[in-house]
Design a protein around this ligand. Structure first.
Ligand code: NDP
Ligand code: GDR
Length: 361
């Protein structure tokens, strides 16, 4: 039985990857952070009491900023594969916490690679690094592929740039089977609530049920290549199953604007949307009767923006045999439907006098 260690196992991708590896008969070890409240809601369904039979999923307390802890966990687990998914992954937040982001995302990656070396696991343990399309940043070439030059546009992307190159360097210097998956945006009903797709689908559901009045967004013209996270974790696994370690772009090959995603999401619940004062007259809607559902709030603009991400995943398709299975329409519908179900539960709470979080940053 193969043994895998996943950092960031409590996050969106960590949850889907844990499921996939357990299905593939792995023993899975995850790193979770100590928090003041439960933070394992995405993986609770996978966790069994250690006293039951066939327990193959284990959690260890850890943090990417603590090398002694990472060395100890890797020494205990002796993993065949490490998937380094842990990161401060929010681009806008990285402008507020640049030093922490560099520590967790850049030096954190180094800490794991060094642990592999210190423990003499160079020939045993394969390493996957969660690299990102944010590396492409300011547009140099489209669509973006493995050879497209990088131009990071945030502290997050700059930290991930270090993670990318230190992974390549440890592969070349020490012969570690170490790979980068350069993944374009991928979303799901498990996506964190402050990333734009989930913020939109959650707001659409809540507006539909009367729990929220308006959706405030930043740059509506940014374009992203959005796929389904469950499809993307399959690519992570495939990347570590090849004869030769290499780096791969993973994306759908399509790009759409934030504005288009908003329209798609409102269409799913059959709501005619009204943008901030735009479009009403053209549609012959009485100015006074219209209800503005979406408004731009400059607070969400970033100091430096990534305008356009659009992948060319040909290498992954030909070498890994990987193909995305889920269309943007299917993804958006799935997210809206799950958020509608959650909003209906919130309605029940409200109806019975309980408060529900309105958080929408
Ligand atoms: P999430 O933000 O959902 O999950 C991040 C995970 O990292 C969480 O488990 C979080 O723990 C953990 N984490 C954060 N900081 C630390 C730390 N200091 N020590 C230990 N654990 C930590 O991200 P995703 O699942 O969406 O993404 C997974 C990885 O892939 C990330 O590295 C991200 O940067 C990268 N990526 C994501 C893409 C996407 O579109 N989703 C695209 C390309 C790359 P906790 O639950 O306690 O917060
Ligand atoms: P991104 O994802 O920055 O691409 O990083 P996010 O969903 O945060 O932003 C996508 C685009 O939408 C614009 N936008 C808004 N974004 C947020 N969060 N909130 C808003 O209100 C809003 N309005 C407009 C943004 O400006 C941006 O252009 C994600 C993360 O998962 C990274 O970890 C990962 O590496 C990349 O995807 C690939």
């Amino acid at each position: 039985m193969k043994r895998a260690l996943i950092t960031g196992t409590t996050g969106q991708d960590g949850a889907y990857l844990s499921e996939l590896l357990l299905r593939n008969n792995y023993e899975v070890h995850g790193v979770k952070r100590r928090a003041s409240q439960f933070n394992t809601n995405r993986i609770d369904h996978l966790y069994k009491d250690r006293h039951e039979d066939d327990v193959r999923f284990f959690l260890h307390y850890g943090d990417m900023t603590d090398s002694t802890n990472l060395i100890r966990i890797i020494q205990q687990v002796q993993p065949d594969e490490i998937y380094n998914l842990a990161a401060q992954s929010h681009v806008q937040v990285s402008f507020e916490t640049p030093e922490y982001t560099a520590n967790a995302d850049a030096i954190g990656t180094l800490r794991i690679l060094e642990a592999i070396r210190i423990l003499g696991l160079e020939k045993k343990t394969k390493f996957y690094q969660a690299s990102t399309s944010e590396l492409y940043g300011k547009v140099q070439e489209t669509p973006q592929k493995e050879t497209t030059p990088f131009y990071p546009r945030s502290p997050y992307a700059a930290a991930k740039l270090y993670g990318y190159w230190i992974t390549v360097n440890y592969r070349e210097a020490y012969g570690i089977y170490a790979c980068n998956g350069i993944l374009f945006n991928h979303e799901s009903p498990l996506r964190g609530e402050t990333f734009v797709t989930r913020k939109i689908t959650r707001a659409v559901a809540r507006i539909k049920l009367g729990l929220q009045q308006k959706l405030y967004l930043g740059n509506l013209d940014a374009k992203r290549d959005w796929g389904f996270a469950k499809d993307y974790v399959e690519a992570m696994w495939l990347i570590l199953q090849q004869d030769v370690p290499d780096d791969y772009v993973i994306g759908t090959g399509e790009t759409h604007s934030v504005r288009e995603f908003v329209e798609l999401a409102f269409k799913e619940v059959g709501t005619e949307i009204e943008w901030q004062g735009i479009g009403a007259e053209e549609k012959g809607i009485d100015k006074n009767s219209r209800r503005v559902l979406v408004e731009v709030d400059p607070r969400y603009f970033r100091p430096t923006e990534v305008d356009l991400l659009w992948s060319n995943p040909t290498k992954a398709k030909t070498k890994l045999g990987w193909n995305p299975k889920t269309t943007l329409g299917e993804l958006c519908a799935m997210m809206v439907q799950e958020d509608l179900a959650a909003a209906e539960k919130d309605m029940l709470c409200v109806a019975n006098g309980y408060t529900v979080p309105a958080f929408n940053e």
